[in-house]
Structure formats: structure tokens, C-alpha cells
Design a binder for this molecule. Structure first.
Ligand code: FPP
Length: 242
């Protein structure tokens, strides 16, 4: 809720401070090429690196991506294992390169049920990220669901403020995304038009951009297109034009 939806001037252009992406279409991208779905996730993870760097270079402050939802455990063991393996690889690389690349990594979601090795790597990346205030931040949502985030925030609030009435501001401070401005723009690739339990709280007034492009094919040019579309939106936040 922290964001008012204002855009910042970056490189002389209006750029959202925070973009979020539902990276859909990895499986179809691979299947179209006769490859296993897991190969699509591998190319998708590479693409995430490229797009994160581009967003940083454009002058954005935050990029948030949906890597693994609370519902994705229903997928095959192979597929879940492959995505977790890619996350491990990315965490290890971040530990090595976060300082050099100036990209703070933050894992968002209920990490308490993840493999202990992954949890230890997340702790390490958190410590490095804490030493890089002000740098561009990539939020990777893992075992994340918008409803789950809200429920866990309510429980945190209850424990921290016993007997106190729940307020929007109070709950906001207990969300996984606390302190991060709301995304002005949420992009979904892969041709589906739904929110799939992503950023239900933070996306209350986000603009949406949908594209048929499958995530592994989503290029820097596609980000430019999404931002161009965003620039023409009339954001009223429930008010009327003055
Ligand atoms: C949605 O496509 C994609 C996912 C559920 C997983 C996304 C994961 C990655 C890109 C890899 C890990 C990420 C990082 C940042 C290291 P889908 O599988 O639902 O595709 P489909 O709709 O074509 O089946």
C-alpha cells in the first residue's frame, strides 16, 4: 500500500518504480520445441536475469516476479524439483554477484517449508542484500500466494498486537512486501487473463498488461511496449479527474 502510483522520472522518461511479472508460458514454449517443460523453466530463469538487468538499467527500483506459487506444489515432482534447482542456482549466483551487479535479491513468500539448504541460502542473500541499501531490488516470489500472504500477515499482526483491531496500515506492515511500494504495473505473459493469486493486496490499484508472448520470448522490447502502454493509462485510484 506504500505506493501512490506515482511514476518517477528516469532517463528523462516516465518509468514505473515497480513492475511485477507473472512469467507464464515456459511449459508451452518448451513443448512447442519438443523439449520437456523443465527446459522451458531453464530458459525462463535466464530470461528473468536479462529482464531484471534491463529494468535496473532503465532506472526502476523494484521488479517482482512470480516464480513458484502456493499452488505449484501440485505439479510433478520433476517439475517442482527443476524449479527449486533453478532457484538454488540463482541464489548461489546472487551470493557471488549481488555486490558486483548491484541487484539486491529478496525472496518473498512462505519460505518456512522450503528445503533447509534453500532456506540457508535465502538467509545468506538477505544478509548481503541488507548491506546494499538503495540498490535495485529483484523480488522473487517462492511458495507465494496472495491469499496466503494476507492470512500470514493477519496472524503476525495478531501476535504483535494482541487484542488490537486490525487496520489496513497495521496489516500492510505485516505483509511480506512491507516497505516496498505497490507495483504500478503488473505484466502477465503467456496469453492468460487472470491474476492467479499474485499480489492480491499490493495489486489493488496496479495497471495490468497482458501479452500472448510466452515468457522465454519476452524481450526488452516487450518491457518497452508494456511501459508505453502504461504511460497512456489514466490512473484515478477510485477518484475522478480534476
Ligand atoms: C509459469 O509457466 C512459470 C512457472 C510456474 C515457473 C517460473 C519459474 C522460472 C522462470 C524459473 C525459476 C525462476 C527464477 C527467478 C530463478 P508455466 O509452466 O505455467 O507455463 P505453461 O502455462 O506454458 O504451462
Amino acid at each position: 500500500m506504500a505506493g501512490t502510483g506515482k511514476t518517477e522520472m528516469a532517463g528523462g522518461q516516465m518509468i514505473p518504480r515497480h513492475i511485477a511479472i507473472i512469467m507464464d508460458g515456459n511449459g508451452r514454449w518448451a513443448q512447442k520445441r519438443g523439449m520437456p517443460r523443465t527446459a522451458g523453466h531453464g530458459v525462463g530463469a535466464e530470461n528473468f536475469r536479462k529482464i531484471a538487468t534491463y529494468c535496473k538499467d532503465l532506472g526502476m527500483d523494484y521488479l517482482t516476479v512470480y516464480a513458484f506459487s502456493t499452488e505449484n506444489w501440485k505439479r510433478s515432482r520433476d517439475e517442482v524439483g527443476a524449479i527449486m534447482g533453478l532457484l538454488k542456482k540463482y541464489l548461489l549466483e546472487s551470493i557471488e554477484k549481488m555486490e558486483r551487479d548491484r541487484i539486491r535479491l529478496k525472496i518473498i513468500g512462505d519460505t518456512s517449508v522450503l528445503d533447509p539448504e534453500l532456506q540457508a541460502l535465502i538467509q545468506k542473500t538477505d544478509a548481503i542484500a541488507a548491506s546494499l541499501p538503495g540498490c535495485f531490488q529483484a523480488n522473487v516470489c517462492v511458495n507465494y500466494g496472495g491469499r496466503d500472504e494476507i492470512a500470514r500477515a493477519a496472524e503476525r499482526f495478531r501476535l504483535a498486537h494482541p487484542g488490537q483491531p486490525i487496520t489496513q496500515d497495521g496489516l500492510n506492515e505485516c505483509m511480506d512486501m512491507a516497505g516496498i511500494p505497490d507495483p504500478e504495473l503488473i505484466i502477465r505473459t503467456g496469453g492468460e487473463y487472470r491474476v492467479s493469486n499474485f499480489l492480491l493486496w499490493e495489486g489493488a490499484y496496479s495497471e495490468f498488461y497482458f501479452t500472448d508472448v510466452l515468457w522465454p520470448d519476452f524481450s526488452e522490447k516487450e518491457i518497452d511496449r508494456a511501459i508505453e502502454s502504461f504511460r497512456h493509462r489514466d490512473r484515478r485510484f477510485g477518484g475522478v479527474k480534476s
